[in-house]
Every structure is written in structure tokens, then in C-alpha cells.
Design a protein around this ligand. Structure first.
Ligand code: HDL
Ligand code: ZN
Length: 418
């Protein structure tokens, strides 16, 4: 093929992949968004976008007020401060700042006016139900997985009272306090009618399984999830390992549910920054290797926070078919690392992983998080399919559609249904 013909074919391939990636509806398998019937728990709008903890962390690199002073401000005042420092005093070039601009741009708003007041007026006109649909359609998201915790005192009463579900919002049972703060969680389980003692006896583990069953049924959870620190070890005598072994894994096995592990977060490295104060550490993935090897009947959804752990996660996924890597989590959800991680996964795992989750905390964010990921995914897939073409394999449009659908939620649904 001469260079000109190759150029035309490559351009045509790029256009085909771009069309397919942009048209594929996403299953967003981990977010902090909520069914609109959970009322104030669902965050949206320009002020929430600006006070997202990613922007707050970056803002504190410029803002010269003590954190306590910042937290005492109204959300509007906090948003004004972030806007001033990160958008007016400096170009909004970070991924989090760019994200706000992408949201505004994709919604047809003109950020160039730099007029926060008029932007606020535009958001205030929207009824939440209509805005949920507007954001999901703009983002190309068909299903949103929530993060649902019985230990959240605001959220729990909604589930105990019951409410009509919006079927676009699917539940995931988040159990961090159960595993990482068992003594205090045991006290709460006793309050809720579970006959647990602080010691992890067989009867206590049985009651923990009953707690998991009750909440899985109540919220119709499709998987259980926990985030764990870099030093998480398994097996082990510590509470988390004992509870995973004696309660979580048997429960998930009996109910055919995946257990999602998010590894490598160091909580509150700077507590003064609140949600913005968490950090990252390199995980010892021997724990994950041991979990997968010792529990072949369990399904593990896994994402790791340290860039340095990504390759090892891919190699472990090659060893264990019950390990499904997903997403470019948190500090790795930046174009440079999405490219690096996705390319590595395609080259080591083919299509058998889930390329991304948004981790959105503010509804409008799904617009930018998926726009930015789609741009990177299109570029990486073009190169990978071009490699196939150069090896004499011409993927059809239908095959590319199948692959992209799998990368954006299809492989996850297949893994869950195993
Ligand atoms: O533990 C988690 O689920 C993390 O995603 C944290 O919620 C973190 O604050 C976050 O929002 N990351 O994107
Ligand atoms: Zn999250």
C-alpha cells in the first residue's frame, strides 16, 4: 500500500472508530452519584463542579486562607475562590479545571465570558429530573452505578423508608467501615439488630453475612465494594482479612456477586483538606494474588490507585480469569495515564477489562469524564486496529462496535453474570 493510500485508510479508520466510540452508550460502573429520589445526595450545577474535591486540592495550592476558614465559607463563596484562583488568576489547564470547561462547552454555555453569575442562572433554571436526562444523554451514559453505604447516616434512612427507583441508577454496596473500622462498625451492627461481638467468631461472621444479605436485597446491589490501603495484606489475622475470608467472600460466592477492591488509597494524609486530603501509596499486590488464587469461585473487580501498580495488575489478570481490572481511578484519571494504562491493558489483556469508570461526584461531571476518556480511547484503539490492519487483519465495523461496547461496560456485565 503506498503512503497516500495508507494515509486515506488510516483517516477512514480513525473516523470509523471515533464514530463508534462516541456512539457507544456507557455503563458507568463506579460513581458517587445518586438516584434523584435520594434528593440532596445528588450533587449538580456550577458551584458543585467548582468545589469538587479535586479542584479544592488544587485551589489550596494558591488560596491563602487556612482550610478551616475555607470550609466555613458558603459553597458559593468557595466556588468563587476556586474560580478566581484556578480559572482567572491562572489558566485552567489541569484535568479537573479542563473538565469544568468541557461540561460548560458541551452544554452550549460560553465560559469565555468568565461570568460565574450568568452561568449560575443557567443551571438554576433546570428541574433535577430533566437535568439528569440532559447530562446522561450528553455524556452518552446509559447506566450509573452508585456507591451506597449503610454506614452513611444521610443515605441509610432513604433506603430504610424505601423509595421509587430510577432504573438508570444501580446500587453497589460499599462496606469500607465494616472492614477498616470493625470495632466501631460492630457497635452499629448491634444497634441495627445484628448479634455480633467484637471477636470474629463463627456466629459473628454469620451475622455479618446476614447484614450483607439484608442490605444487598434492600438496595438490589450488583456488587460489593471496598477501598483498602497500600499495606492491605491477605491472608492475615487482622479484622479486614478475617471479615473478607469469613463473611464477604462466602456471601458473594453464595449470591454470585463480584467483590470490588480499590487498592492503594491512603486516607487523610492531610486531614485539613477533608475529602481532598486523601493520598496514594504503592500496594503490595501479593494480597490480591492470594485472594484470587485461594478463591477461584469468587469474582474480583479491581482497580489500583498507584501508577506503579498498573502493570502488575495486568499481569495478575493474565493469571486469574476471576480478576477483572477496571477504570483509571482518581489520580490516574488523567489523559496521559488513561492512554498509558489502556494501551497496556489492550496489549496484555485484549478486550477483557473495563476501560473506565467516571467516579463522578457531581452529575454534570459524567459529561467531561466520558468526553475526555472517549478522546483517548479513540486514539489508542486507532493505533491498535491499525496494527491489525498492517498484519493483514481487517476488523469489520460490527467487530469494532462489539469491542468498544465491551470496553465500556459489556465485559463488566458479562463478568458479573458469570
Ligand atoms: O473511595 C473511592 O471510591 C474514591 O473514588 C473516593 O471517593 C475519592 O474521593 C474520589 O472521589 N475519587 O475520584
Ligand atoms: Zn469512588
Amino acid at each position: 500500500m503506498n503512503n497516500q493510500a495508507a494515509g486515506f485508510r488510516r483517516t477512514a479508520l480513525h473516523s470509523l472508530i471515533e464514530r463508534i466510540v462516541n456512539a457507544t452508550k456507557v455503563v458507568d460502573i463506579h460513581t458517587h452519584l445518586y438516584d434523584p429520589h435520594l434528593g440532596p445526595m445528588l450533587l449538580w450545577g456550577i458551584d458543585e463542579l467548582l468545589v469538587y474535591h479535586y479542584l479544592v486540592a488544587e485551589g489550596f495550592r494558591h488560596v491563602n486562607v487556612p482550610p478551616a476558614t475555607f470550609w466555613a465559607m458558603s459553597k458559593t463563596e468557595q466556588a468563587e475562590l476556586v474560580w478566581h484562583h484556578l480559572f482567572q488568576e491562572h489558566s485552567p489547564i489541569s484535568e479537573s479545571c479542563r473538565g469544568v470547561l468541557t461540561v460548560l462547552h458541551r452544554l452550549g454555555l460560553d465560559a469565555k465570558e468568565r461570568d460565574l453569575h450568568s452561568l449560575r442562572e443557567w443551571f438554576e433554571q433546570w428541574p433535577v429530573a430533566g437535568y439528569v436526562t440532559r447530562c446522561m444523554e450528553t455524556a452518552g451514559v446509559q447506566t450509573i452505578f452508585m456507591t451506597n453505604s449503610p454506614f452513611d447516616d444521610v443515605e441509610r434512612p432513604f433506603w430504610e423508608a424505601g423509595f421509587e427507583r430510577d432504573e438508570r441508577f444501580v446500587a453497589a454496596l460499599r462496606i469500607d467501615p465494616l472492614l477498616t473500622d470493625w470495632p466501631n462498625s460492630a457497635l452499629r451492627l448491634v444497634q441495627w439488630g445484628y448479634n455480633v461481638g467484637e471477636g470474629l467468631s463463627p456466629s459473628t461472621l454469620g451475622e455479618v453475612r446476614r447484614f450483607l444479605a439484608d442490605w444487598t436485597r434492600r438496595i438490589e446491589a450488583k456488587y460489593l465494594m471496598v477501598s483498602l490501603p497500600p499495606n492491605f495484606a491477605y491472608p492475615g489475622r487482622h479484622d479486614a482479612a478475617q471479615l473478607i475470608e469469613g463473611a464477604v467472600l462466602p456471601f458473594c460466592r453464595d449470591h454470585g456477586l463480584p467483590f470490588a477492591l480499590m487498592l492503594g488509597v491512603k486516607r487523610a494524609v492531610n486531614p485539613a483538606l477533608q475529602l481532598a486530603g486523601d493520598g496514594v501509596g504503592h500496594s503490595d499486590l501479593t494480597a490480591l494474588q492470594n485472594l484470587c488464587a485461594a478463591n477461584p469461585q469468587n469474582k474480583f473487580l479491581v482497580t489500583v490507585l498507584a501508577r506503579e501498580n498498573q502493570h502488575e495488575l495486568c499481569v495478575l489478570a493474565r493469571k486469574f480469569g476471576n480478576l477483572h481490572p477496571f477504570g483509571c481511578w482518581w489520580f490516574t484519571n488523567i489523559p496521559h495515564l488513561i492512554d498509558d494504562i489502556t494501551r497496556m491493558r489492550l496489549e496484555l489483556l485484549g478486550i477483557s477489562f473495563t476501560a473506565q469508570h467516571s467516579d463522578a461526584r457531581v452529575l454534570d461531571q459524567i459529561i467531561y469524564k466520558w468526553d475526555h476518556t472517549r478522546r483517548v480511547l479513540t486514539q489508542v484503539l486507532e493505533e491498535k486496529y491499525w496494527d491489525l490492519l498492517c498484519a493483514g487483519w481487517e476488523p469489520t465495523a460490527a467487530e469494532i462496535e462489539r469491542d468498544v461496547n465491551n470496553l465500556l461496560g459489556g465485559s463488566f456485565l458479562e463478568f458479573c453474570a458469570r
